[in-house]
Design a protein around this ligand. Sequence first.
Ligand SMILES: C[S@@+](CC[C@H](N)C(=O)[O-])C[C@H]1O[C@@H](n2cnc3c(N)ncnc32)[C@H](O)[C@@H]1O
Length: 332
Amino acid sequence: MSFYFKNLRPDNDSNSENHDFTQAVINGLSKERKRLPSWLIFDDRGSEIFEEIVGLKDYHPAVCEFEILRTHKQKIADIISGEALQVIDLGSGDARKTRVLLDHFVKSKLQIHYIPIDISAGAVKSLVSSLESKFTNTSLTVTGIASEYFQGLEAVPREQFKRNFVFFLGSTIGNQDYPAAGKFLRELWNSLNDGDYVMIGFDLMKNPKLLYRAYNDPEGVFQKFNLHLLDRINRELGADFVKSNYVQEGHYNEQSHAVESHVYSTQEQTVRLPALDKEFHFKAWEGVQTEHSYKYTMQEVEAVAHNNGFEIVEHLFDSNQFFVDSIWKVKK
Ligand SMILES: C[S@@+](CC[C@H](N)C(=O)[O-])C[C@H]1O[C@@H](n2cnc3c(N)ncnc32)[C@H](O)[C@@H]1O
């Protein structure tokens, strides 16, 4: 059994990716209502802090998804049993939830090639080594790929007789607005074969009070996660954000159908990025939107599947129906 780690992440010198980060920060901070896209938070440290979020008791997307995977692991195994399979875990992080399934697949002696893909090289590297310590001499083979989603998918070994099963868990789809999520799913469909499966986690619309509680934990982990972006901008772009001058708060916006986290400037201040010859002014209590998590109804889940070429196989819910892991088949 083999355990490999491939790092496709570019070095930290000037490259197109740094260019994308720089442009996204400058565009976002130049807007009249300052707004930065969620993907900027995820470097190695951002991904580590997200793992702390997954352990919060009121962060229902993770609590519910753990329940779904524990309850329905046999149902998922039944879908794939009898076939050699590649399980591709997009945005795996530390794969805390996927491991519930891996444990079960190995106990059931299923032949699985597990391929976690994540932009955080640190997360994938430590995942591969922890899987190696646990699963040596079992039916599990692992190839971890540190890369952006689609670059990683292109690097997945094409094994002719193996079906692919893509996991996209954690409501990560909700970090994109609806048109971007549709575009993402169409690109995913294009990169898969007829008959391949996907399982996608959607956080379902529910009482906004529960949503508020999930994104404003008293321990302050969400604040740490969002303020990490200021650290990243300081480190990568030489800015001079003083983190203690900002606080985070997240709330549901009924117009956008997303929980939107904002970082608020507690005082009037100016942030400088001398290397780029830019500065950005903040009024006291002005906010920057740093994260959004779009919520879905079941009609929207079904529509986004059908509109992008997938056939629905099964919806797996938690006992409160707060979250769904929806399993689809690629139809070509
Ligand atoms: C919301 S977390 C979900 C983690 C895990 N799947 C779970 O369910 O707990 C999103 C993960 O996707 C990764 N990620 C974000 N943008 C990415 C991209 N463009 N390509 C690859 N991975 C990405 C992050 O590093 C992070 O680990």
